[in-house]
Ligand binder design. Structure first.
Ligand SMILES: NC(=O)c1ccc[n+]([C@@H]2O[C@H](COP(=O)([O-])OP(=O)(O)OC[C@H]3O[C@@H](n4cnc5c(N)ncnc54)[C@H](O)[C@@H]3O)[C@@H](O)[C@H]2O)c1
Length: 459
């Protein structure tokens, strides 16, 4: 029975390996990372990421067949199947800056594997990577010198489709698992090894096997399509605001068409998270590399509209509040990029808070999980920002509430109490269409929801 190593103990590596350890109790699973603080957190009850149900899974396996360590060399030596789940952010320098994937962490990992390997390995790309990266990885692993002599490496692509906030459920019951391999006898054998692991709990018909490039491209395409739905419905929300249509009614009507389906049709302040923007820009870069300028422009538009939606949200706040928020207190409800996670990477709340700070508003940010990231994410405009764990205190004396994250706990707040504590006229800008707008209006609020006509007492 081959044992498993995962390099990279982040949002993907940690939960994915915990689920494999849970479902394959006879395999030893080790997760390693260069970040010793992260590993220490994985070995404690304060896990480095918040994800519903994760702690229970980790506790069931940790010390039994799930181990977290910083000893990367030993991990490579001792294990036969090596998942690579390191971060692949957008490049910030040189060619392709702002668009292409920064593959430095990934290449360092490939070289490390080669350097330390003394027996044959199956290397599994779990990170999201540009098309044909597996070939590049195979070349590095096969190059002469710096270890790896006589060792055979087989590289597979096995992109992860989990969504933060529902990672455990997504891993327990995935729509599909994708395994891409070389179409050679060695490639087929490696694919079969990985399929055997997932078959422990995933029905065989949901495990798809493809060639490596199709697998790599499928991941980028899945994220591009999901993000495109968000930008499409947001573009309609702008039209709804201009015409008096209601975007929630339009979404419901189109979502019942079985060809369209109801998911990812919620208008709001736009998508965030570490993946959508990065992966679309990656796709754009790939298209440009192959000279496909129209395809590149098409996908770039999805990201551009997302930025526009956030600017539009802030412009609407300004217009409604008599064209100035200078000196006004704004309670920003939510900082995570979506509910049920503490992750703030590319969160729309960051752009919104920055734009409000530029307008000299005082922004009181409340969030059940993400406040520890505020100081880092809003560096440079902290004079305008306070963090406030208690939403009632955040709203106390405020002129408006702006909802940036769809945390369900915000829906259950006592808005009569909140209204009483705010300056009048009091406004709500619901950037997630989360709250009961009619009820808020009846309490006295002026309510602005995305893709809807305002409910206002000011006319
Ligand atoms: N976050 C998601 O929801 C999600 C979903 C699907 C796919 N992905 C993809 O998975 C990959 C990882 O994403 P993530 O969100 O887990 O990132 P992350 O930043 O949370 O974790 C990456 C980890 O890799 C570690 N690392 C970097 N270089 C290393 C090295 N040389 N050796 C050992 N460890 C190293 C970092 O310290 C970090 O802990 C990315 O390619 C991402 O696009 C992410």
């Amino acid at each position: 029975m081959k044992n498993i190593l995962c390099i990279g103990a982040g949002y993907v590596g940690g939960p994915t390996m915990a689920m494999i350890a849970l479902k394959c109790p006879d395999r030893k699973v080790t997760v390693v990372d260069i970040n010793s603080e992260r590993i220490a957190a994985w070995n404690s009850d304060q896990l480095p990421i918040y994800e519903p149900g994760l702690l229970e899974v980790v506790k069931a396996c940790r010390g039994r067949n799930l181990f977290f360590s910083t000893d990367i060399e030993r991990g490579i030596e001792e294990n036969d199947i090596i998942f690579v789940s390191v971060n692949t952010p957008t490049k910030t320098f040189g060619r392709g800056a702002g668009c292409a994937a920064d593959l430095q962490y990934w290449e360092q990992t490939a070289r490390k594997i080669k350097h330390c390997a003394k027996s044959d390995k199956i290397v599994v790309e779990k990170s999201t990577l540009p098309v044909r990266t597996a070939t590049a990885m195979a070349r590095i692993l096969a190059a002469e010198g710096d270890g790896g002599a006589g060792v055979k490496f087989e590289v597979l692509s096995n992109p992860e489709f989990l969504a933060e906030g529902t990672a455990i459920e997504d891993l327990r019951n995935p729509d599909r698992v994708l395994v891409g391999g070389n179409q050679t006898p060695e490639g087929d054998a490696a694919v079969a090894e990985l399929v055997a692991i997932y078959s422990s709990w995933v029905p065989r018909e949901r495990i798809l096997t493809t060639n490596v490039w199709s697998s790599e491209l499928s991941k980028l395409t899945a994220n591009a399509f999901l993000a495109q739905r968000v930008s499409s419905v947001n573009a309609i929300s702008e039209l709804c605001e201009a015409t008096g249509a209601d975007v929630q009614e339009v979404s419901r009507a189109i979502g019942m068409d079985s060809r369209i389906g109801p998911k990812f049709l919620k208008a709001g302040v736009g998508f965030g998270g570490s993946c959508f923007k990065k992966d679309i820009l990656n796709l754009v870069y790939l298209c440009e590399t192959y000279g496909l300028t129209q395809a590149a422009a098409y996908w770039r538009g999805v990201v551009a509209y997302n930025d526009h939606q956030q600017e539009r949200f802030v412009s609407r706040i300004l217009r409604a509040m008599f064209n100035t928020v200078a000196g006004k207190k704004i309670a920003l409800f939510g900082f995570a990029f979506k509910s049920d996670t503490g992750d703030t990477r590319e969160s729309p709340a960051i752009a919104i808070a920055r734009m409000l700070a530029e307008e000299h508003a005082k922004v009181a940010i409340t969030d059940p999980k993400a406040l520890p990231s505020v100081r880092r994410d809003l560096a440079g405009c902290l004079d305008s920002i306070v963090e406030e764990p208690d939403p009632y205190k955040a709203a106390d004396g405020a002129d408006c509430i702006a909802v940036a994250t769809d945390w369900k706990c915000f829906r259950d707040l006592d808005f009569a109490r909140i209204y009483a504590s705010m300056r009048k006229p009091a406004f709500v800008f619901d950037g997630r269409n989360l709250l009961d707008h009619e009820a808020l209006f009846k309490l006295g609020f002026n309510v602005y929801a995305v893709g809807k006509s305002p409910l206002t007492h000011l006319d």
